[in-house]
Design a protein around this ligand. Structure first.
Ligand SMILES: [Zn+2]
Length: 421
């Protein structure tokens, strides 16, 4: 990375104007508005508004290709084609299924990765036809994250259309495995293999509204299985009961005391087991989700949870003077916590861009693809898409695209800003 001087540079690169700003001004609070004065950048930002109908069409088109967890392939192919049409270079799908397209700058670094996630929470066979009434779109995943994918594509398209040249390089990535049991497998692969040691800054576009997420809520998810010999409810009475053990564990977990700040939560989300009302179950299971925006707090909550499960087993065994009840705890998800302070350059870049576009500033915490880079110490934020939404993760999800172009504009200007040295 090259950092010298403090002059605003406007060097020609081919026919395009190289939009550049030196390191001294990088942290200036008005960086966004300085860059916005560049004619090509101004044109790109304007296109994000005037091309809004195109963005909405893309959003619908992407969303009507289903992308269940671990089966994002079909959508990935379609999205890769859209990347090519938008003029991105070296468009490819990596071994995990992430779609990657490049927009080379004058140099390889700084290298900004901007992303949105391909996957939904919906199983194969879900009706994905989008219903549209004016600006209101309805369909599973229409906001989360079809809008993010459409925004990302719009950023690539308008930067190319307006001929914006940047000092650094931008890679555009549609990630797999952001939701649920996907456990960030896409972004994990991206940072650990596909683009290992080559990413300087990361921005995920995910979530409706105009928030800036710089605190990553970590989560730890477990499937707990209790097992016993099982038997007749009357004839075998007096043996350990996996359902009862599960109940003991749930009772303990429900009494956990957690801090409100850093926000820390627990949930037994699903339970199951047993074979019949008049049988002592041979097995019972539960799925547990623990979260905190603080890594150490999450670790201590996990310890408490494991202790609660083991105490429940001990008590159930003692109750029947037995040792035949056993338990296994399988980790089914581990999202690392992390954060960048609000004063960090990447957050301040988003603030300056928002100010330049007269958008409100609101900070948020969340659980997104940014968790992974933040846990690795790589500057990352997640920005909302603009627009308004409701019913995320339900088949009745809606996205109101009224003025959603404001979010697209912010993503465009942020991309240019973070592709500066
Ligand atoms: Zn999402």
């Amino acid at each position: 990375m090259h950092r010298t001087g403090s002059l605003l540079l406007a060097a020609t690169l081919g026919s395009a104007i190289l939009v550049s700003i030196a390191a001294g001004q990088q942290r200036s609070a008005d960086l966004g508005s300085v860059l916005l004065q560049q004619p090509s950048v101004k044109a790109a930002v304007e296109l994000a508004r005037t091309d809004e109908l195109r963005t909405i069409e893309d959003q619908i088109r992407i969303c009507e290709v289903e992308a269940p967890p671990f089966q994002e392939g079909k959508r990935a192919e379609v999205y890769a084609g859209m990347f090519r049409d938008a003029g991105l270079k070296n468009v490819r799908i990596d071994a995990e299924g992430n779609v990657i397209g490049e927009r080379p700058g004058a140099s390889a670094r700084p290298h900004l990765v901007m992303s949105a996630h391909l996957d939904t929470v919906f199983p194969r066979g879900t009706a994905v036809k989008v219903r549209r009434q004016g600006y209101v779109l309805r369909g599973p995943g229409i906001g989360d994250d079809c809008r993010g994918l459409a925004d990302l594509l719009a950023v690539a398209r308008v930067l190319n259309k307006a001929g914006v040249a940047t000092p650094g390089t931008i890679s555009f990535v549609g990630t797999v495995g952001e939701e649920g049991l996907g456990d960030l497998r896409g972004v994990r692969r991206l940072f650990n293999e596909t683009l290992k040691d080559r990413i300087d800054r990361f921005v995920s576009i995910d979530g409706e509204g105009l928030g800036i997420t710089h605190i990553a809520i970590g989560s730890a998810r477990f499937r707990v299985t209790f097992k016993g010999p099982g038997g007749h409810s009357f004839g075998s009475f007096g043996i350990v009961n996996p359902v009862h053990a599960l109940g003991r564990a749930v009772a303990r977990i429900s009494e956990f005391q957690v801090p409100g700040s850093p926000r820390t939560t627990f949930n037994v989300g699903r339970i199951g087991g047993g074979t019949s009302i008049n049988a002592i179950a041979p097995e019972a299971w539960m799925e547990v989700d623990l979260r905190s925006s603080d890594a150490a707090t999450l670790r201590s909550l996990e310890k408490q949870f494991r202790q609660a499960v083991h105490d429940a087993v001990t008590q159930e065994n003692e109750r029947w003077s037995s040792s035949s009840l056993t338990v296994s705890i399988d980790t089914v998800g581990m999202r690392p916590a992390g954060r960048v302070p609000a004063t960090a350059p990447i957050v301040q870049a988003a603030v300056s861009v928002s100010k330049a576009l007269n958008l409100p500033i609101s900070f948020a915490e969340g659980s997104t693809d940014s968790n992974l880079p933040l846990s690795l110490g790589i500057p990352a934020i997640t920005i909302d898409t603009g627009g308004r939404g409701s019913g995320a993760h339900t088949e009745n999800e809606t996205f109101d695209a009224t003025d959603a172009w404001k979010g697209t504009q912010r993503a465009v200007l942020l991309a240019v800003t973070l592709a500066q040295p």
